[in-house]
Design a protein around this ligand. Sequence first.
Ligand SMILES: N[C@@H](CCC[C@H](N)C(=O)O)C(=O)O
Length: 290
Amino acid sequence: MTAFPRVLQGHGTENDFVVLPDPDGTVWAGDRLDAATVRRLCERRAGLGGDGVLRLVRSAHVPDAPQVLGEDLGRCEWFMDHRNADGSYAEMCGNGIRLFLHALIAEGLLDRAACAEGVLVGTRGGPRRVGAAADGGYWVDMGPAREFGRGAAELDGRSFPGLAVSMGNPHLAALTDVDVGSLDLTTPPLFDADLFPEGVNVELVNVVEPGAHIRLRVFERGVGETRSCGTGACAAAYTALRSEGVTVGTVVVDVPGGRLSVQVTPGTTILSGPAVLVSTGTLCPEWLAA
Ligand SMILES: N[C@@H](CCC[C@H](N)C(=O)O)C(=O)O
């Protein structure tokens, strides 16, 4: 391993990540970035702290990239190697992929002007196009929201019925009249394991303006409550539109960490929002070795 592995920290609407540049797969090769190391990096007191880890790596150096990208492998130079804070893998991360592109640009690995039309990035949910927007933020073509049933989350002794939606990763988006700001999300919501055998991200959603503006809180699989979730914003926007009997529209999504915009079209979903880098530095070898 390089003596001092480079590290960055940043967030998208306060969904925060430890970012590990590893373009040629040499820094974190093999099982160096195992689940225990991810958990240590994400630990907020004894580590750096984050909701997850993003490794900036070329697809050619990711052992499972051929399997998850198939014939798109050659079209995706870069791969978002994302982990949840508990060390688990997720198929997709909507806030993370904006920060991923922002960090590639900041590290000089891509030119911002060349990213205006979007760059195809490999993820474990398949390829996603992500681009640099004129306002300094980023947009992501997230693919279509796919409904796969109805379920309910049990929280605070109450049941919150919602729509099961896949954005590559699983979501339960529950519209409710209960003020989401009043909910206790310190303990995981209960859910139907038959409907969500791989676990689920749960969004509790208040409609601010029907079909146009929602507010949500989220409990993420593999993390806990986070300040934002990009895939969750897409699932919730889709659910809010469906409740109005429409399947297209643009929805402003307020999350505890800021504001996202979700455009649902007949064929896909476009997520837009900021990405912010907070710090850059190096990991101390003695901490890593401890
Ligand atoms: N915060 C992310 C989603 C990260 C993955 C999720 N916890 C899962 O396990 O599916 C986002 O912005 O989409």
